[in-house]
Design a protein around this ligand. Structure first.
Ligand SMILES: NC(=O)c1ccc[n+]([C@@H]2O[C@H](COP(=O)([O-])OP(=O)(O)OC[C@H]3O[C@@H](n4cnc5c(N)ncnc54)[C@H](OP(=O)(O)O)[C@@H]3O)[C@@H](O)[C@H]2O)c1
Length: 298
């Protein structure tokens, strides 16, 4: 059992709250949600452990992604020890809660599926949210040139977290500007798989983590065909929760990754925070703090 100190919002919480996409209801409850309390990315202190727990003891500061079990928007939550890692001492609970899902999607998209290499040109589509702001920092550890695509209001923030170039999607379609990339990491999947293929260099890789369901499905079906008839690859990330948290701890402790946090909310303000998340105006991650008045860190 964990006393929750902070929990961050994810696209998954927003989708489950709305019951969208509809297909998810087959698993998460057709007419009403099976789980009553959302919230997956938590950070807190172990309050009590079951008899078979070997890795943690009461008092340990931990964090992790509880997706599948959920229940993080609460003062206390129970979780299997496999969902948690120890939080480094110099990482705040707010920073820790911001990391799990978004950073895992970024690492698994760039390293496992994207085979990121030094010197490449990378583009992140939907750069201003959780995945994009972790993605650029992780990519920079590989010495990669990174372009970010998002709405105009977010472009200054993108430059400040390390993007070398930024593109305003309301004015420019990056798949039609004649420039090509070695690797594309996509959070939105709002173009056709053929558009993405056109924007790749020879031997380039396109990786989607999610977005428009129909287009992700087409990438799933057509990806293997495109990979067979061309030298370009189309890949999809299936999130492996918490897999690379020790690696993220290393990057954080080395000062190479710092979560971008849009703002802090109290537990009682979860509905307001979710509504704000739904407008998609946030920059980086939205975090709920529990047990202490929310104060924005410098
Ligand atoms: N593969 C898996 O197993 C798995 C598991 C969990 C989640 N996911 C997926 O992971 C993604 C979550 O990423 P995230 O946390 O980074 O999301 P996020 O915080 O919502 O960020 C998405 C960003 O994309 C921007 N955007 C919106 N429309 C755009 C467009 N047309 N072109 C370019 N950018 C656009 C948004 O800004 P504006 O709206 O302000 O323009 C926002 O800055 C979702 O797609 C989710 O479905 C996948």
């Amino acid at each position: 059992m964990i006393k929750v100190c902070a929990v961050s919002l994810n696209d998954w919480d927003w989708g489950l709250l709305q019951g969208k996409p509809f297909i998810n209801r087959l698993y998460f409850g057709l007419l009403k949600p099976k789980m009553k309390i959302l919230g997956s990315d938590i950070a807190g202190r172990i309050e009590a452990v079951g008899p078979n727990v070997t890795r943690f003891k009461p008092g340990d500061a931990v964090y992790g992604d509880l997706s599948g079990a959920w229940g993080g928007f609460a003062e206390y939550v129970s979780a299997p020890e496999t969902s948690l890692v120890l939080k480094p001492a110099d990482m705040t609970f707010e920073d820790a809660a911001a990391i799990p899902q978004a950073a895992m999607l970024a690492v698994q998209g760039l390293r496992d599926k994207g085979r990121i290499q030094p010197g490449q040109k990378l583009l992140i589509n939907g750069a201003g949210g959780g995945v994009g702001t972790f993605g650029v920092q992780i990519a920079k550890t590989y010495g990669v040139e990174v372009t970010g695509v998002d709405r105009p209001e977010k472009l200054d923030m993108l430059r400040s977290v390390g993007f070398d170039r930024v593109i305003d999607y309301t004015r420019v379609d990056f798949t039609r500007m004649g420039q090509r990339f070695d690797l594309i990491l996509d959070v939105k999947t709002n173009r056709s798989v053929f558009d993405y293929t056109r924007a790749l260099n020879p031997n380039g890789i396109y990786v989607t983590v999610g977005g428009a369901l129909g287009r992700v499905f087409l990438a799933l079906v057509l990806g293997p065909v495109i990979s067979m008839i061309s030298n370009k690859k189309i890949r999809i990330v299936g999130l492996k929760p918490n897999k690379n948290l020790p690696y993220l701890n290393e990057l954080f402790e080395a000062g190479k990754v710092k979560p971008v946090i849009d703002g802090l909310y109290a537990l009682s303000a979860v509905p307001e925070a979710l509504r704000y998340f739904g407008t998609a105006q946030h920059r980086g991650k939205i975090v709920i703090t529990i047990g202490a008045p929310p104060q924005f860190r410098p």
